[in-house]
Design a protein around this ligand. Sequence first.
Ligand code: HEM
Length: 221
Amino acid sequence: MKTTTLQHKLWMSATGLFLCFFLVIHLLGNLQLFLPAAEAREKFSWYSHLLAGNIIIEIIAYVLYASIITHTVHAILITSKNTEANGSKYEYDKRGEASVWYSRNMGLLGTIIFLFLIIHFKDFWYQYKFTNLPLDAKGNKDLYTIVVKAYQQLWYVLIYEVALIALGFHLLHGFYSAARTLGLFHPKYVKWVKVLGWVYTTVVTLGFMAMPVYIYLNSLS
Ligand code: HEM
């Protein structure tokens, strides 16, 4: 059976909203990085250890990885389908007259986020799960030091900031678009869903952007 554009969109919307939910949890957990260094080291590494040893969290993590893959695969399929149907994209694409630039460049923004995730997984997730990190005073893997060391490098902080700006614009359109595709609101409430999307995007994006900058500035003093 051939997958229709609507089916692709439904998959992308459902996985996209789940990823939005994950970002809130991830942001809340990472807020511990703002604690005074000694307390942050203990709590952040303890928290990561707690998550790693929990079977329910492990199942949710597999749903998370599957969501990232599903979201990406359907994005590629829908883009190639549109290109096939419209021929040369730029010649026929006149939507700029009615839409904002970031809603027309979701593929590009998504690609930047995907590249960011490869770096992010390699430097934090892989290090934590598959290498023998030094242990902290409580015997937990010292993930805090790995994160702090990474953000002590200005070039690395800049990579994060660029990727997080891309994430912000991606979320700004994605949140609203997903809610609309899934029919989660009555057209009467369009304005409020847009406001919610703006608030969500601003809090999540600025929250994540503040972390590398905070750690970098702290390392200078
Ligand atoms: C800039 C602030 C961020 C910091 C300090 C941070 C930190 C971390 C750390 C230390 C880990 C590995 C430990 C763990 O698995 O819990 C991790 C995992 C992860 N991060 Fe981030 N992260 C940030 C932003 C983001 C963003 C913006 C995204 C998504 C676009 C993201 C997606 C993920 C994913 C999917 C995982 C794997 C989670 C799992 O295996 O359960 N992170 N992050």
